[in-house]
Design a protein around this ligand. Structure first.
Ligand code: PMP
Length: 419
């Protein structure tokens, strides 16, 4: 494997911790060391590892086959659960990753509107689809103006993508209105993540999403909410309480119960572009779409994620965020704790954090986070190598939160002392 790995997000210098297994909120490495997992396969394992009900559902299905060239009832069950929970989706289709979900949502928007461009926010991640991956991590020498960010493309993507992607600055409604207003004649969709992980869960400002909704609606542009990660924030989805209703929504991660998954959903009229009974439509196949293992696992996980479980995670998240804030204040170093529900991130600065650029300009950099990750690993905590933050899982208790705060306090002392 080039670079010794097959997934950049988990490559670790000098080498990653190889895992033997996991149970509940802990992972055990090949040397038998146990760590509390604050990554949870990048948020997908909301019930932790090897949940007995998910395992049992999968075991039962595996014994009677893993994938068929005929549908099973399980896909109807999972589709029904999701459509019932999220009021802004009436129809849904499954695929195998968040990347694919985003790709098909953007394709659906193009098919519905007859327009070709898409817009995304600078520094935000939506998977590996060429268009969605533009300006994912641009540097100051190439990012251009703050109100009209340049579209920076990934290695291996064709240059012409630049003409079809509009890059928007997060939390700047005036700039977004101006850009969307100027391009709406060609613009099929604006995709956004309601609490973008890559920029450390910077929340949208008070009226930002409302203005985004209004300007897209006025311009005949579909608003695509990427809930691949944020669907773990609430029983009814991340946007339920905001009152904002997107046209299309993408899902992934938790809805697969620990197996590869993606889905795109929305109102009937948008989803009709996938309906083969209505004439020539978007061709959407996929050997493993809605395979019964993923569907059974996803259904078992989502059924266990009751409103009470979301509330409990919300309370634990609040408790962790306030304990982190207290600990960091006592340390006397500048810090801001962001996040919501079971998600948290720490920004080690007192500068106002509003968008991608303010994060880049105030971040201690890759080497710092790598050192911190190693220090945390040494203290029994699995945490991202790229940022200070993570997510909770339902098997966690107060004692795991205590362990995290104590390990971070000591790790920061070590890393900052040697800086
Ligand atoms: N969208 C968002 C918001 C994500 O966080 C991710 C994955 N981290 C994706 C899309 C891509 O999902 P996948 O890794 O399943 O392709």
């Amino acid at each position: 494997m080039p670079g010794g790995n097959t997934r950049h997000s988990i490559a670790l210098t000098p080498y990653p911790v190889y895992v033997r297994g996991g149970r509940g909120c802990r992972v055990i490495d090949v040397d038998g060391e146990e760590r509390i997992d604050f990554i949870n396969n990048f948020t997908s394992n909301i019930l932790g590892h090897a949940d007995p009900d998910v395992t049992e559902a999968v075991r039962r299905q595996i014994e009677s086959g893993t994938a068929f060239s005929m549908p099973t009832g399980h896909e109807i069950d999972l589709a029904s659960l999701l459509v019932e929970r999220v009021e802004y989706i009436e129809k849904i289709r499954f695929c195998n990753s968040g990347t694919e979900a985003v790709m098909f949502a953007l394709r659906a928007a193009r098919a519905y509107t007859g327009k070709r461009k898409i817009a995304k926010f600078e520094g935000c991640y939506h998977g590996a689809y060429d268009y969605a991956q533009t300006s994912e991590a641009p540097t100051a020498d190439v990012w251009g103006s703050g109100t009209e960010p340049r579209c920076v493309i990934e290695a291996g993507c064709v240059d012409s993508i630049r003409d079809d992607v509009l890059v928007l600055p997060w939390n700047n409604p005036d700039a977004c209105e101006a850009l969307i207003g100027r391009h709406h004649g060609d613009l099929a969709a604006v995709i956004f993540d309601p609490l973008p992980m890559r920029i450390g869960f910077i929340p949208p400002r008070a009226d930002f999403l409302r203005r985004l909704r209004d300007v897209t609606q006025a311009g005949g542009v579909l608003l695509v909410c990427d809930e691949v990660l944020t669907f773990r924030l609430g029983f009814h989805g991340a946007l339920h309480e905001s009152g904002i209703r997107p046209d299309l929504t993408t899902f992934g991660k938790i809805i697969g119960g620990g197996f590869p998954v993606g889905a795109v959903g929305g109102a009937d009229r948008f989803m009709e572009v996938f309906d083969h009974t209505k004439g020539p439509r978007i061709h959407h196949a996929g050997t493993f779409n809605a395979n019964p293992i993923t569907m059974c696992a996803g259904l078992a996980q989502m059924r266990k994620m009751t409103e009470q479980q979301y509330s409990r995670l919300e309370r634990m998240g609040e408790a962790l965020r306030s304990r982190l804030s207290r600990m960091l204040a006592q340390r006397g170093s500048p810090a801001q704790v962001l996040g919501k529900g079971s998600l948290f991130a720490v920004h080690l600065t007192d500068r106002e954090i509003v968008d991608y650029r303010s994060v880049v300009e105030s971040s201690p950099g890759k080497a710092f986070f790598l050192r911190l990750c190693h220090e945390m690993l040494g203290r029994g905590i699995a945490m991202s190598k790229d940022r200070l933050g993570g997510c909770l899982s339902t098997p966690m208790e107060q004692s795991e939160l205590d362990s995290f705060v104590a390990a971070l306090d000591e790790s920061l002392a070590t890393v900052q002392h040697s800086a």
